[in-house]
Design a protein around this ligand. Structure first.
Ligand code: NAP
Length: 242
């Protein structure tokens, strides 16, 4: 049975969707969670309940990231777990893609993972313990038309994960990626019924995934028990990519 008693977890993009479910699960397993998000909460750490806190954090802003992480370390001592979950899409065929759509997606999905990891790692290294789980995507493994920007960012997250995993392995820190398939959240709810049916046909398990499916895998990789797993990509996709 996994448990996070005495551990603090920072989860980005945690106001809703997959990030919120991950935070709820870590909390239900005894951890203290800091839920960081773009619009919710304030720049100062706010107590939500006994075991969870909220902070407004734009992962694309390196100064804000640095200051917020300093605030968290002052409050909690260590950040044991980091889940880089914040992510956006700005889909479009490449020949028509605007510079801004490319930059925004890379900035949130890849630069953000870099900024938050860089801010958190020195403390984890000092503590000789840490778990970083980066949320990539199945399309970062297999490509997807109309998502050149998103796919580049999510494939980048996989390469980043493997490099950092090698850099920090000797310090008791593991760095892994989770690559979700199609998961029912705000990000995917805009798909029409026909597109959803088509998708389900591509998924051997025969259904779109849930945030819980992802949170279960993230919690395992974030646990002490997963200490011999690093630099890996865990596909949670109902078998749509093997
Ligand atoms: P979601 O419901 O849109 O949640 C993403 C959260 O990230 C939102 O609360 C969003 O805030 C926040 N966010 C966006 N930009 C941010 C920034 N600059 N700084 C901090 N927070 C920011 O998406 P989701 O479906 O749960 O996705 C979570 C992660 O899983 C993403 O990395 C996504 O790429 C990945 N993923 C999702 C699927 C899927 O099928 N849903 C599949 C594969 C991978 P606002 O809403 O206020 O902008």
């Amino acid at each position: 049975m996994l448990e996070f008693e005495g551990q603090t977890a920072l989860i980005t993009g945690a106001a809703q969707g997959i990030g919120k479910t991950i935070a709820d699960k870590i909390e239900s397993l005894g951890g203290v969670t800091v839920r960081a998000d773009f619009r919710d909460w304030d720049n100062q750490l706010a107590k939500i309940d006994e075991h969870s806190y909220g902070i407004r954090l734009d992962v694309t802003d390196p100064e804000q990231v640095k200051n917020s992480v300093q605030q968290l370390i002052a409050e909690f001592g260590n950040i044991d777990i980091l889940v880089n979950n914040a992510g956006i899409t700005r889909d479009g065929l490449l020949v028509r893609m605007k510079d801004e759509d490319w930059k925004q997606v890379l900035s949130t999905n890849l630069d953000g993972v870099f900024y938050v990891s860089r801010a958190v790692l020195p403390r984890m290294m000092k503590n000789r313990y840490g778990r970083i789980v980066n949320i990539s995507s199945v399309v970062g493994q297999m490509g997807n038309p109309g998502q050149g920007n998103y796919v580049a960012s999510k494939a980048g997250v996989i390469g980043f994960t493997k490099s950092v995993a090698r850099e920090v392995a000797s310090r008791g820190i593991t760095v892994n990626a989770v690559a979700p398939g199609y998961i029912a959240t705000k990000m995917t709810e805009e798909l029409n019924e026909k597109a959803k049916e088509q998708l389900e046909g591509m998924i051997p398990i025969g259904r779109i995934g849930t945030s819980d499916d992802i949170a279960n895998g993230v919690c395992f990789l974030a646990s002490r028990e997963a200490g011999y797993i690093t630099g890996q990509v865990l596909g949670i996709n109902g078998g749509m990519y093997m």
